[in-house]
Design a protein around this ligand. Structure first.
Ligand code: AMP
Ligand code: ZN
Length: 437
């Protein structure tokens, strides 16, 4: 491709609907044959009385049972491997820490394709080899680190793998290296601006920042516009999940109106999370994804639990790959806060270890000026008699144990017994006040 081309993979990005579907059915058939090398899918197909030949059209996909995160946990660590382990070159594991984590395996080819998908996304929003790309994601199991690293390198940008935190150092890199493109989770983008202000840096005049890639956690259109205005950049929404490699699954084009999902890599279905029946385009439901070119660990009809919808109509950018709307929430109780996956039960487990505490608690998630935050309010036990000093020490201990469990530091507030509202039905444990929808 040339710098002036709008497309990184012109032949794949400009396929029309008919061509996309032709490619999908061919790749789906191959994927199914390949899946049957894994102990898990072999068993699944046997149980469902399914033969690979039963899948002849894209509609036949619906004959295949769903795959869930629980399946990944139950078959931890390598039960879904479709190639021998000695042909795998990397694994990523989810950030959630309840029960067995999930493991995602990658072959060399998987990593190349993943880098290609990310490069394609970055190119789509105007990144070119002359850009300087700084990644503020953690480099480790979180796929936002290595995922963007290899994608940006594949595109040919000068990359600055700054990794997470140390905002002052990030700012020095911006100015010293002439960073033009930054990847940051939305809550960190706001933090960057705050530190710029504190240090008298004007992003418009003192840096060359032009493009921001934000993703990994829910954020609203308003939040995006605020970030754009603060930093003087264009900010593009990026959707990814470890089970589908990581970033590079769906990405906004320059129209900033929905994220194109790369349909040569994935089949997207939107289903009603209760009936599991498909919903028409334009209606919100749970996104289900099937991988089409994964070697090490293909996934069929994976329930992402993310709620979104297909945006009907054509995108003026010339790509016919479907667009999904900004994420609307999740159909399970997993919280995604600042890119970290947390299940409320993890918090409960920590609280319930304290005999000083009662059993009522409430987790509140909020969007503050700077960051999304979590507050955990918990009632003291009826028999607790500790004074202010003891309560302060107790708060400190709970905060530190929660941090060890969920990898984020929540605000902890102790309440008198009976202070939290008693709900009529199921206890409401999580109040999500973040500005997302
Ligand atoms: P992980 O596998 O740890 O990267 O987490 C993946 C989850 O993060 C997804 O299933 C979504 O719930 C959430 N997520 C990722 N990207 C976005 C995004 N752009 N907007 C909203 N939520 C996102
Ligand atoms: Zn487009």
């Amino acid at each position: 491709m040339t710098e002036t081309s709008e497309f990184f993979n012109p032949e794949l990005e400009t396929l029309n609907r008919e061509q996309i579907e032709e490619l999908q059915i061919e790749r789906l058939k191959n994927t199914i044959q390949h899946c049957l090398h894994s102990a898990f899918y072999k068993q699944r197909f046997k149980e469902a009385g399914l033969e690979p030949e039963d899948i002849k059209t894209l509609d036949d996909l619906r004959k295949i049972p769903f795959t869930t995160k629980q399946d990944l946990r139950d078959n931890y660590p390598f039960g879904l491997a479709s190639i021998p382990l000695n042909e795998c070159v990397r694994l990523h594991s989810s950030s959630g820490t309840t029960g067995n984590p999930t493991v995602i395996l990658h072959s060399r080819k998987d990593l190349d394709e993943w880098a290609n998908a990310v490069a394609r996304c970055l190119w789509m929003v105007g990144c070119r080899p002359s850009d300087v790309f700084q990644n503020t994601s953690g480099y480790g199991m979180f796929t936002g680190g290595l995922g963007f690293q290899y994608g940006a390198e594949k595109l040919g940008m000068l990359t600055v793998p700054a990794a997470a935190g140390n905002t002052k150092r990030q700012l020095k890199f911006f100015t010293d290296f002439g960073t033009t493109v930054v990847h940051a989770i939305p809550s960190y983008a706001t933090r960057i601006f705050e530190v710029m202000q504190a240090n008298g840096i004007d992003p418009r005049h003192d840096t060359k920042l032009r493009t921001l890639v934000i993703g990994a956690e829910p954020h609203s259109e308003e939040q995006r516009r605020r970030i754009e205005n603060m930093l003087g950049v264009k900010a593009y929404n990026s959707f990814g999940m470890s089970e589908m490699c990581g970033p590079g699954v769906a990405f906004e084009c320059k129209e900033q109106n929905g994220m194109h999902i790369w349909e040569d890599y994935y089949i997207v279905e939107i289903v009603n999370p209760d009936t599991l029946e498909p919903v028409p385009d334009g209606e919100i439901g749970e996104m289900v994804l099937t991988t089409l070119n994964r070697e090490a660990m293909p996934l069929l009809r994976y329930r992402t639990r993310d709620l979104t919808r297909i945006l009907p109509g054509e995108c003026p950018c010339g790509r016919h790959h479907k667009r999904i709307d900004r994420m609307k929430g999740r159909s399970d109780d997993m919280i995604v806060l600042r890119g970290v996956n947390i299940f409320p039960i993890q918090i409960e487990q920590v609280l319930m270890r304290y005999k000083e505490l009662g059993s009522n608690y409430l987790i509140t998630l909020q969007t503050n000026e700077v960051n999304d935050s979590m507050t955990v309010e918990v009632e003291l036990s009826q028999t607790y008699t500790g004074g202010p000093d003891a309560q302060q020490a107790l708060t400190k201990s709970i905060t530190s144990n929660l941090h060890d469990e969920i990898l984020l530091t929540p605000f902890v507030k102790l309440l008198q017994p009976g202070s939290l509202a008693q709900s009529e039905g199921k206890a409401v444990r999580v109040k999500d006040l973040r500005k997302v929808y």
